[in-house]
Design a protein around this ligand. Structure first.
Ligand code: BTN
Length: 272
């Protein structure tokens, strides 16, 4: 790794959290290209399962579908959880959705705002995007499984911090609730809850998580337009979430037969 981590305000986070492995250690940087990129580099040199990479600023923050993640300095949270203990395909496919549920619960508990999710894991408040999740899993050979869960949450930025093209659709906790928040307190709560839910997913399967996700997911029962990775556009009704976390829709052509199409990735737009 090129950048050297700075000890997080006298190991503030380390002493504040009560997790077994998530956030132990947490490597804190002033500025990085992308915490996800650094997460993969760190995994190559053998960091421990659950290490968190946290930065105040990203110069090349990555979003889903090849987009960039706008990451102004000292305002928001940008971090990645590096999971190196392999999990099954079924667990892996639920990690992004689990992360969305944990974020929504933590954001609601500190702000009293109402937080929902747009499939797969856009974090929304009053229909605007408050945060996003980029989960990247890679496997080199039989044993080198790595999943980097990247999380960006707009905490304290204000309207002027967004580039013009984002201002109609993006928001922050501070904008929505007219006060500022302590990013590291939020992070502590998040990491503890993430570990509990991840352990529950590993031990008990998807049942509870799916119910929690469905309660939060604004996309279900909506008319949607899906742009999939192949450039195809599908229009239909979002009806359920599959065992693999896929969005299940009944397309307009299949509305009579009720045949279900599973969407595993892509951009979903809610059509009114
Ligand atoms: C999205 O497009 O909605 C996903 C955005 C994910 C952004 C976070 S910020 C921390 C981590 N590092 C990155 O480069 N991206 C993720």
């Amino acid at each position: 790794m090129d950048d050297l981590p700075i000890p997080l305000s006298k190991n503030y986070l380390q002493s504040a959290i009560s997790t077994q492995y998530i956030g132990r250690p947490t490597l804190y940087y002033k500025s990085v290209t992308s915490t996800n990129t650094l997460g993969f580099q760190a995994a190559e040199i053998g960091i421990s399962h659950g290490t968190v990479i946290l930065a105040d600023h990203q110069t090349a923050g990555k979003g889903r579908l090849g987009r960039t993640w706008h990451s102004p300095e000292n305002k928001n949270l940008y971090f990645s959880i590096v999971l190196t203990k392999p999990s099954s395909q079924s667990v892996t496919s639920w990690i992004p959705l689990l992360t969305g549920v944990v974020l929504a619960e933590c954001l609601e508990s500190i702000s009293a705002l109402s937080i929902s999710l747009k499939w797969p894991n856009d974090v929304l408040c009053h229909e605007k995007k408050l945060g996003g999740i980029l989960c990247e899993a890679r496997q080199k050979g039989a044993s080198n499984w790595v999943c980097v869960v990247g999380i960006g949450i707009n905490i304290n930025c204000n309207k002027d911090d967004f580039p013009l093209e984002l201002s109609p659709t993006a928001t922050s906790l501070a904008i929505e609730s007219h006060r500022e928040y302590h990013c590291h307190d939020f992070l502590t709560t998040f990491l503890e809850k993430f570990e509990r839910k991840y352990e529950h997913l590993l031990n008990a399967g998807i049942h509870d998580l799916r119910s929690q996700y469905i309660l939060r997911c604004q996309t279900l029962e909506q008319s949607v337009l899906v742009h999939d990775m192949a450039g195809t556009q599908l229009k239909g009704q979002a009806v359920s979430i599959g065992d693999d976390g896929a969005l299940e829709i009944v397309t307009s052509e299949n509305s009579k037969s009720g045949i279900i199409t599973s969407i595993r990735s892509g951009d979903v737009f809610h059509v009114r």
